[in-house]
Design a protein around this ligand. Structure first.
Ligand code: DX5
Ligand code: ZN
Length: 221
């Protein structure tokens, strides 16, 4: 089954547990937390305390996306506060193998993310190590941006590499995903879809979540 990972970046954070309930009712699979430090990306969001609040509000896996410098300094803190998946950016990691190895030593899933202009080949040396590869389909930092079409070929490249070599990683996309484009992203080989504003800014959070999930899990015979 393909998965929907609503990003709380654009949720009503003053009613976080209620917003999480709505996406759970809609069939969400993961809860995606966008951590931003104002250094790696031009925005600041939240840290471990909010991840803890999310963890206390759901039984779904908490998928933490670290858009921060020096992520290696905070791994233990995010794990202690409930992260089930920790994804770091290839562009922000001098010692990527060491950081990914450390995440796995902490007993959770390790992910790596690349920005739209970062080629897939920069990940070649960690494809066997990672559990998840997050392809940014917008320039990171803000929700509500437009999907960057050229990133689709990166999903296709990764999917072909996985097929050819029997890698086990999941492919996740993040940014500008909506009803209009989710099928083409799914057909390119994406397994997990981070969706923020298309869900939380919609008229019916639960129904939109269900609609997106059905779109990517409907087998057309
Ligand atoms: C960008 C964020 C967003 C967010 C999804 O740094 O990672 O992509 O999760 O936001 P939408 O779905 O509104 O683009
Ligand atoms: Zn994200």
């Amino acid at each position: 089954m393909k998965k929907i990972a609503p990003s709380i970046l654009n949720a009503d954070l003053s009613n976080l547990s209620q917003q999480i309930r709505y996406v759970e009712i809609g069939g969400a699979d993961w809860i995606h937390c966008d951590i931003m430090d104002g250094q790696f990306v031009p925005n600041i969001t939240f840290g471990p305390p909010v991840v803890k609040a999310v963890k206390n509000s759901t039984r779904l896996p908490v998928d933490v996306h670290l858009m921060i410098e020096n992520a290696e300094k905070y791994l233990e803190s995010f794990v202690e506060n409930g992260a089930d998946i920790l994804t770091v950016h290839q562009e922000a990691q001098v010692h990527l193998n060491r950081t990914l190895t450390r995440i796995k030593e902490l007993g959770i899933k390790a992910g790596v993310s690349v920005n739209p202009s970062t080629p897939v080949y920069t990940l070649h040396e960690v494809l066997e190590l990672v559990d998840l590869i997050l392809i940014m389909t917008v320039n990171p930092g803000f929700g509500g941006q437009s999907f960057i079409e050229s990133t689709l070929r990166k999903v296709e490249q990764l999917s072909a590499l996985r097929e050819r070599n029997g890698y086990k990683f999941l492919i996740e996309t993040d940014g500008g995903i909506s009803k209009e484009n989710i099928l083409s992203v799914s057909n390119a080989g994406c397994d997990v879809f981070v969706v923020g504003s298309a869900i939380f800014k919609s008229d019916n959070i639960s129904a939109t979540t269900t609609e997106l999930k059905n779109l990517v899990n409907t087998i057309i015979v």
